[in-house]
Design a protein around this ligand. Sequence first.
Ligand SMILES: O=P(O)(O)OC[C@H]1O[C@H](O)[C@H](O)[C@@H](O)[C@@H]1O
Length: 615
Amino acid sequence: MASLSGICSSSPSLKPKTPFAKSTPSLRRDSVTFQTRPKLAPAQSVAREAPAGLSSTNDKLPTKLKQGLDKDPRALWRRYVDWLYQHKELGLYLDVSRIGFTDEFVAEMEPRFQAAFKAMEELEKGAIANPDEGRMVGHYWLRNSKLAPKAILTSQIENTLDAVCKFADEIISGKIKPPSSSEGRFTHILSVGIGGSALGPQFVAEALAPDNPPLKIRFIDNTDPAGIDHQIAQLGHELASTLVIVISKSGGTPETRNGLLEVQKAFREAGLEFAKQGVAITQENSLLDNTARIEGWLARFPMFDWVGGRTSEMSAVGLLPAALQGINIREMLAGASLMDEETRTTVLRNNPSALLAMCWYWASDGVGSKDMVVLPYKDSLLLFSRYLQQLVMESLGKEFDLDGNRVNQGLSVYGNKGSTDQHAYIQQLREGVHNFFATFIEVLRDRPPGHDWELEPGVTCGDYLFGMLQGTRSALYANDRESITVTVQEVTPRSVGALVALYERTVGLYASLININAYHQPGVEAGKKAAGEVLALQKRVLAVLNEASCREPVEPLTLEEVAEHCHVPEDIEMIYKIITHMAANDRAIIAEGNCGSPRSIKVFLGECNVDELYA
Ligand SMILES: O=P(O)(O)OC[C@H]1O[C@H](O)[C@H](O)[C@@H](O)[C@@H]1O
């Protein structure tokens, strides 16, 4: 039995400055002189607007003034050296010197961080850290199973990791074969899942899959029929040697279910037996789990109740697809575990996640008043910002805090990669609306050793990339745009694991600072519920149109008539949209008028379904 710990060698909460949390002592950035350690030269003052609503509803919180950033190069160098964080074993650096926090701010944050560290300690010990859902939050245990609060959890983690490794080995070696492929072994993975059941595997595949992986991966992460058709068409005859991994924690997400049904149809049409090539990763006894068990799929792997979708990259969700692509998952876990150890320290300046959380708080006033632009200067890290978008925004974007105050919290994340984005939107970042701070992700190693060459005297292609990053960082700062830089030596399983762990912890600590539950997503339900209502209405519209279309002669209906027959005259706009969509897909026929003039439309169905009429 492999032990995860063995392979790894290695409160009172802060309330945001919002009109809804008036009792919170504010960190008055307007009242402090910009003074870093060591003392910097006096800086130019720049007036800043308060975040919307801040000053208008609470006159104790005046419009803030922010001091301009210090530009003296020697002082900046001292600040850089003074605050530089380094993880020696991981070769990871964090530079927060271009965020303008002051010593006073750090001092004021200190007790709040101690409370956040305490809450994190309780979380790791198995506290119900997700109170709304009554759940523990245990993604840290996935990379150090001995930390899990119960022996049964430790063995579940270890057994799952062993099972993932064994299954991946048997697939790659051809011991487990596809039943009817001339290849004699699995060559492709089709991963079906959405949100946290897709973004981590997508990011890791892009970052780490070798050029010729043992299995190539494709993703279906939506219910877009054309997108699904494209993925299946791209596989072509190789569908016969494709391992389909269906990933859903809940096992009931509609997009994922639809993806599965579409893929199963493609298998039937190709004369293939899906069950022999299907793998499920889901919670025990979910709908998906039961389907896979009853249909006798090739394999099933568990997702645990105490691992959230957006923090599931180090569970079977991320590990199985990675292992099948030949990525060293034990190295990923080791990198995450090393970072976890480091981010447990309660000394703020030695804790890279705490430093990041402090910068987020400073830069966005603890209320998300600025967006975070994530710019990895490395093509393989393109999807990091997309991955972080869910991790950060679904975790922090909350209407209420833990005390029930309405806070509308969050931190917006976007970005693609440098230097590509320099030719797209950096113009606005440098000179336009000042509503962001940047995070640069720097990778020191340009290419594998021995492959570099100078495309002009003394300068390689990678030197340009380096120059673009440094130049953009300087140019932004010169215009008072703050930035953080995270530096890794190389993009390896270890450094990717460390980056994931770094940001997971940062989100957890920051959530404590702003007193919100980072581990639920109540807002997502509203859209899903509304989508369900639209589909229910569509069924009623179809029934009404069917009845009219079965008459002799056929009686096309106006939108008003359809709405009336459905007994929902107030839903006429949605009925119009439903009919427009059905007409575009040849499922409804516009007899009169056109969709550009809704009042003119008369509609019927091309076919009358008599059975349905009398059902
Ligand atoms: O893994 P699943 O249960 O299918 O969920 C997939 C996704 O669904 C929802 O949108 C949640 O908000 C996400 O957090 C989750 O990752």
